[in-house]
Write a protein that binds this ligand. Structure first.
Ligand SMILES: Cc1cc2nc3c(=O)[nH]c(=O)nc-3n(C[C@H](O)[C@H](O)[C@H](O)COP(=O)(O)OP(=O)(O)OC[C@H]3O[C@@H](n4cnc5c(N)ncnc54)[C@H](O)[C@@H]3O)c2cc1C
Length: 323
């Protein structure tokens, strides 16, 4: 890596910095210290200036703030245009995004515009002896780890939420906060109305209760929700239930859905296909409830309950309520 520093795109969610940005900052700080370079952040939005000091406390040397009413709603083309200009000005060696819906919408657009190589969905970033950045990402439903090196001047990555450790906060850290003029872009996006989105947020959940095709119908998610509530967790689902329209895609756990890393994963009526297991491998404790003792999920489960979910779940809820 040439000594041109690291730039982190700071995503905002629900009026706050998305927690993945603190993880990117933790890794960015580590890489910058090892290469004697700097970490900068780009934060775009409206009414966000206070965010900058927080980013400095988490390790940023410089925070570029694009604060304008026109950026109040995320618009990938407007964010792209301002980022592309910043990249040509700052010339970072590495640009990092979260592997979130926003990061996935933005990073490829920026990478194409600045002709940078982009590795998506990384789970680790390692510095090589020659100073280059090795980007590690799962491939073939998580059965292999691809090790990627980029030959372009700029290396761009999106990194999975909860794959890296967040940096330590230091209120006394000093950094530079630079207010930038905003380039306005008429992307054709019209905001027709606003509503409160309630994303499932399974990626950041500590407890996920995941339903599979063992459920008889969509209404039975109520039972799964009751178990999740009793445990203080959120509801996930396997892909067939999402494909059948029983629950929205943001609940889908697995390789083509969301990779989760909860402290507790409970799979009910889930067989444990390779695509599903690829999304839960890093869970803390895995509990599986299935009427078939031969299913793959039992092989990786810490606790295996052989039984009918319609009998087991109510008993679990009753026990949890007593506690
Ligand atoms: C490219 C690709 C990407 C994919 N990505 C994903 C992904 O991201 N996530 C994902 O989940 N899948 C994904 N899939 C689908 C995957 O291959 C499987 O089809 C899916 O994971 C199976 O879901 P399931 O375990 O709910 O269903 P099944 O495999 O049908 O298992 C249902 C289980 O329920 C049990 N059961 C039935 N009745 C009861 C009962 N009353 N009590 C207890 N247990 C009961 C059965 O014994 C069975 O084990 C993908 C597939 C492809 C091709």
């Amino acid at each position: 890596m040439e000594n041109k520093g690291i730039l982190i795109y700071v995503e905002r969610e629900g009026g706050r910095v998305h927690p993945i940005c603190y993880e990117l900052l933790g890794k960015g700080r580590d890489l910058a210290d090892k290469t004697d370079s700097k970490v900068s952040c780009a934060v775009l939005g409206s009414g966000i200036t206070e965010t900058a000091q927080e980013l400095v406390a988490y390790g940023a040397d410089t925070v570029y703030v694009y604060d304008d009413e026109s950026l109040a709603t995320f618009d990938s083309l407007a964010h792209k245009q301002n980022l592309v200009s910043l990249i040509s000005e700052v010339q970072p060696a590495i640009v990092m995004f979260g592997s979130t819906l926003t990061g996935k919408a933005l990073a490829p657009r920026v990478a194409t515009a600045v002709e940078a190589g982009l590795t998506s969905n990384c789970t680790a970033l390692e510095l090589q002896e020659d100073g280059s950045l090795l980007q590690v990402r799962p491939a073939f439903t998580g059965n292999f780890l691809a090790h990627v090196k980029t030959s372009s001047d700029i290396t761009m990555v999106t990194v999975r939420y909860r794959a890296l450790e967040a940096g330590q906060k230091d209120e006394g850290r000093k950094g530079e906060i630079v207010k930038k003029g905003v380039e306005k872009v008429d992307s054709g996006v019209k905001v027709l109305g606003k509503g409160e989105a309630k994303p499932a947020s399974i990626a950041g959940a500590d407890i996920v209760v995941c339903a599979g095709r063992g459920l008889r119908n969509a209404d039975d998610f109520e039972l799964v929700q009751q178990l999740a509530d009793a445990l203080g967790g959120v509801v996930g689902a396997t892909r067939p239930l999402v494909d059948d329209g029983w629950i929205s895609k943001d609940h889908q756990v697995g390789f083509s859905g969301t990779i989760v890393k909860p402290k507790l994963y409970v799979g009910v009526g889930v067989s444990g296909s390779p695509q599903h297991l690829a999304g839960i491998r890093d869970s803390g404790t895995i509990v599986a409830i299935n009427s078939d003792p031969s299913v793959a999920l039992f092989r990786i489960a810490d606790y295996a309950v052989v039984g009918d979910l319609y009998q087991v779940i109510p008993q679990m809820i009753e026990l949890l309520k007593k506690k």
